[in-house]
Design a protein around this ligand. Structure first.
Ligand code: COA
Length: 324
């Protein structure tokens, strides 16, 4: 029937940064962060934990679960906004590390929605070329692009990677459909500039730096409405009602966004997988990390619908339905 996830894997850096640790860095408190975001800790990459290295380990774990070896992989896609280099892509470094000699490799950027958008690419790719095995990874080290003096943003983000191996199967499972959206008019509410331009004609008069910039309140309001709309439209188009969803795996941005989304949809909270308290917002890595944890905890049941949704810079957002 479609693109099936054969294996999942994830990799988190060793170092844990708690809210109390952040109290030493900016003027904030454990209580403020917990009540406003639901985050208790996040992981921060150290030496030897560049984005591609986290991505490689996540991929190895997914391949091990799938029973697939590197030489069998045909395509590697990494969703990221924090690769250690702009060129070559993070995916090419992963290919080299894995020894996936047959694969071609490239990155995609849809910010926090990158992995969700990647699922759609893989689904469509596999429908037209059924013999392929594809590695889809979401990986970030946003700690390298965080302004550690800005308490509005530095408390939110964390590092990590998650991966899936996908293949076409003629079975009644796999990706059912996606509903993806973008609105570039809202770019400035959540953005990250490139390095200053060396072409004076293209340089900004007042370059704001290369850190994450965010209008938190605006993002909050838009994120809830956007994800709700994408989910409602997708489910009605596919004639699937919320009661038949086995588990919802949302992008782990913030507990208040998730609580509001869950209550507006009317989905029982026990059907929503949440790990934002441990890892914060890991952008494109958040969904595959959550998917891997849910999978390894036995929360993904054969034949059930999994509803995945995301929201991120762009703005980009959407929802995807998978039959497990
Ligand atoms: N610690 C303590 N105080 C803080 C703080 C921190 N880390 N960050 C901000 N504050 C202060 C502000 O300076 C402000 O103080 P003031 O009233 O004296 O000016 C006050 O807290 C309220 O700030 P505000 O930005 O209005 O807070 P908020 O209730 O909107 O919460 C966010 C801030 C970021 C938690 C919230 O807007 C949010 O979750 N937005 C979505 C962010 C997100 O998920 N982005 C990624 C999407 S993929």
């Amino acid at each position: 029937m479609g693109a099936v996830i054969l294996g999942t894997g994830s990799c988190l850096p060793d170092r844990v940064l708690s809210n109390h640790d952040l109290e030493e860095i900016v003027e904030t408190s454990d209580e403020w962060i917990r009540t406003r975001t639901g985050i208790n800790t996040r992981r921060i990459a150290g030496k030897g934990e560049e984005t591609y290295r986290l991505a490689t380990v996540a991929a190895q774990r997914a391949m091990e679960m799938a029973g697939v070896i590197a030489e069998e992989i045909d395509l590697i896609i990494v969703a990221t906004i924090s690769s250690h280099m702009l060129m070559p892509s993070c995916a090419c470094f992963v290919q080299k590390e894995l020894g996936a000699v047959k694969a071609f490799a490239y990155d995609i950027n849809a910010a926090c929605s990158g992995f969700l958008f990647g699922i759609d690419i893989v689904d469509k790719y596999l429908r037209s070329d059924r013999e392929k095995k594809i590695l889809l990874i979401g990986a970030e080290t946003l700690s390298s692009r965080t302004n550690w003096e800005d308490r509005n943003t530095c408390i939110l983000f964390g590092d990590g990677a998650g991966a899936v191996v996908m293949e076409y199967r003629d079975e009644a499972r796999g990706v059912v459909a996606s509903n993806l959206c973008s609105d570039g008019n809202l770019w400035s509410l959540l953005c990250m500039h490139n390095a200053p331009s060396s072409n004076p004609d293209l340089s900004l008069a007042d370059h704001p730096g290369t850190h994450i910039l965010m209008e938190g309140r605006e993002v909050f309001k838009y994120a809830v409405k956007a994800m709700e709309g994408a989910i409602v439209d997708l489910l009605s188009r596919e004639k699937v009602d919320l009661d038949s969803i086995g588990l919802m795996i949302p992008h782990q941005a913030n507990i208040r966004i998730l609580n509001k989304l869950v209550s507006r949809l009317g989905i029982p909270p026990e059907k929503v997988f949440i790990n934002v308290q441990k890892y914060g917002n890991t952008s494109a890595a958040s969904i595959p990390i959550a998917l891997d944890e849910a999978n390894r905890e036995g929360k993904l049941k054969a034949d059930e619908f999994i509803l995945v949704c995301s929201f991120g810079g762009g703005f980009t957002w959407g929802a995807t339905l998978v039959r497990w």
